[in-house]
Design a protein around this ligand. Sequence first.
Ligand code: MN
Length: 257
Amino acid sequence: MCYNIFMKKSNKPIIGLTSHSISTTIADSLGTNKLCLNEDYIRSVELGGGIPIILPAIHELSGVARYVTLIDGLLLTGGDDVDPLLYGEEPSPKLMATKPERDRFELAIIREALKQSKPIFGICRGLQILNVALGGSLFQDIPSEAPGKLLLHRQLSKESVATHSVDLLPGSKLGRILQEKSVATNSFHHQAIKKLAPGLTATAFSRDGIIEGIEMAGNLFVAGVQWHPECMVSSDPKMLRLFTAFSAVCAGEELFS
Ligand code: MN
């Protein structure tokens, strides 16, 4: 097996990152909404060899096709809970804040990226919205809905600290990119995949059976992880491989040859 994901590229791919809006009350803003994205995503995409651009959740969805034309790949970032109405459920008492306008934009851009055959990588909520976009559902709240003896998925330790193991399916894209059977990851989620969408395969699991990684079969790279590798690239250099691999496929390279 030959990995060519570390090859130097002359044409760096443009990677579009989704974002969210927060209401701020800092002195200069008077409570206005502002675009928000953890800079770790930006740095990790750059370190991985891509050129990041931030995509706001636009309301006029006719612009989505143009966005997808401009980018070489789509990175779906973390954030708030996904609206359960989108997968046919009423809200559980444990549901946290939802942002319907972000959901609407991300569903549209996922469908358009698939239509234009652009690679997609989802992180945390990004994995979840990808699953919902393709017809799957979520546990609205892991502790109150998922079966069995559960692990802690909302760690109190800081973002760079790994707190649970994730086992990777041998031969899967994620397993081959990380070059490991098991990795230790951070965990900042109270939602998770319940029903896996048709067309997706679960290829990474925590030891309580929660799905921690998904991918689509075939040539187009469509995958997601439930943890936050962008917060771990300094503490665990192999997490950077996810971004290097994603950049490579966005640049049109074959990952495995
Ligand atoms: Mn977890």
